[in-house]
Write a protein that binds this ligand. Structure first.
Ligand SMILES: Nc1nc2c(ncn2[C@@H]2O[C@H](COP(=O)(O)OP(=O)(O)O)[C@@H](O)[C@H]2O)c(=O)[nH]1
Ligand SMILES: [Mg+2]
Length: 451
């Protein structure tokens, strides 16, 4: 890991400022080869963590940019190595030229996630925090960004560390018992350990219970708009999105495929799915569309059942309301309230009256949707979003349960020890303490270059 890596950290498009970062033993030397502060000493003689203005020149002395530069010295840097950042004007041409100069001087292109990978390998960051870096960058809603920021700051790591520490105390004790078999375990100790393992199991359980919400945070909430043809589904999608995404006509059966669009609602990210109207049809394409509608409805976390509010409800409407009643969450949307209202469907689901034409009731519908997804009362970072974490914690839970069972049955100490250490190994995978090399490899390869 002794090579010096460099990458553009700010993407390939034109922007006000573009950042090139460097990390490795030669970082500061390479900076001094290309960058001359406007006044005063070269960078190597300056304190870290200060921003210095100066001239950036290529090896031939040609001016590339006037820019700012900052250094961090090992081990007090993001990666734990000497690092430098150039804040240039955000021209892809300038950034590319700077990068080429750095490569010519011996730096090499950083691979995806390599800066953060070095941070992890140098002990600057736990694996779960490093993963949160990617989650934060990818976050699509305020709620998921908040959770990722909390995990970046170590919210998950601290909880895991506390469990790990109490389990390692137990493991140390049982090792001692096995090493000196003549000495009995004091009964009060066994009680104390049982309580510690039970508490660890509870903590793991409560984290695992947040994963269903975490999945919605990560992937967005699939929300299917269903209803009979011409009920006003596509108009509702457009009204919620604020632009004409779906084609709207008076002709029933206009929407034949499902259309999916993301919608931010407060802190939530909804994946709104407009569907083909549900009806019996001989048209082959429309029939396939109807099948897709049904499967979208089955997968949805939320169903918006649209009923044409300007007409008397039909049998089809009744069937649609019955289907919505089986969904995880559903709201009945009575559409076209700007026309003389007449529908009054009988349903026990919440009903919101709207007009996609005038916008009436749309804000109320948004509030009703948000009310169905209340934020869990956890501090930032308390929601498990990562499938790898959930899988490891699931194994930890099994081991902890087995350890409790062994204690209750008065099983031999080696069984308690094996299960306790199994749980520790699984929990250690979150921080990266016990994780396999190929797993970390895979995690960091999903990052962007420059991170
Ligand atoms: N007056 C009025 N007409 C609407 C409203 N929403 C939809 N429509 C009309 O109803 C017809 C069917 O709308 P559309 O959104 O395509 O229904 P879908 O088949 O359920 O997707 C179109 O002629 C729309 O202009 C509304 O809020 N008010
Ligand atoms: Mg439609």
């Amino acid at each position: 890991m002794s090579d010096t890596i460099a990458a553009i950290a700010t993407g390939a498009q034109i922007s006000a400022i573009g950042i090139v970062r460097l990390s490795g033993p030669r970082a500061i030397e390479l900076v001094d080869a290309l960058f001359t502060p406007r006044a005063g000493a070269p960078m190597r003689e300056r304190p870290a963590h200060t921003l210095v203005y100066g001239e950036l020149r290529d090896r031939k002395g040609e001016l590339l940019d006037l820019c700012q530069c900052t250094l961090s010295r090992a081990p007090n840097s993001y990666t734990g190595e000497d690092t430098a950042e150039f804040q240039c004007h955000g021209s892809p041409v300038v950034l590319r030229a700077l990068l080429d100069e750095l490569f010519a001087l011996g730096a090499r292109q950083a691979r995806a996630g390599e800066f953060t990978r070095r941070a992890f390998l140098n002990g600057r960051m736990e694996l779960s925090s490093a993963e949160a870096v990617a989650d934060l960058i990818d976050a699509e809603s305020a709620e998921s960004a908040r959770n990722a920021a909390g995990q970046l700051a170590g919210a998950l790591g601290r909880r895991m560390e506390a469990i790990y520490a109490s389990l390692s105390e137990i493991s140390a004790h049982y090792h001692a018992v096995l090493d000196y078999p003549d000495e009995d375990i004091e009964p009060f100790r066994v009680k104390e350990y049982r309580a510690l393992i039970a508490r660890a199991a509870d903590e793991v359980e409560s984290l695992l219970a947040t994963f269903a919400r975490g999945k919605l945070l990560r992937e967005g909430i699939p929300a299917a708009i269903i209803g009979r043809p011409n009920a006003g589904k596509s108009s509702l999608l457009n009204a919620l999105l604020g632009y004409e995404r779906a084609i709207v006509t008076r002709i029933p059966g206009t929407t034949r495929d499902t259309i999916e669009e993301k919608l931010l609602l407060g802190g939530l990210c909804l994946r709104l799915i407009d569907t083909a109207g549900l009806r019996e049809t001989d048209d082959e394409v429309e029939r396939l569309g109807v099948e897709r509608s049904r499967s979208a409805m089955e997968r949805a976390e939320l169903v918006l059942a649209v009923v044409d509010g300007s007409e008397a409800p039909t049998e089809e409407d009744a069937a649609i309301l019955a289907a919505a009643g089986k969904a995880k969450r559903a709201i009945v949307v009575l559409s076209k309230q700007d026309l003389s209202a007449c529908a009054q469907p009988s349903t026990s689901l919440p009903v919101v009256r709207i007009s996609s034409l005038t916008g009436e009731g749309i804000a109320e519908l948004e509030r009703a949707i948000q009310a169905l997804f209340p934020l869990p009362e956890t501090p930032a970072g308390g929601i498990l979003t990562n499938a790898r974490h959930a899988e490891a914690l699931g194994r930890a839970r099994e081991h902890l349960r087995a350890a409790l069972g062994a204690l209750d049955e008065g099983a031999t100490p080696d069984i308690v020890l094996t299960e306790t250490e199994g749980a520790m190994a699984a929990i250690g995978e979150l921080s990266g303490r016990t994780v396999r090399e190929d797993v970390t490899e895979r995690i960091f390869s999903r990052f962007c270059v420059g991170k």
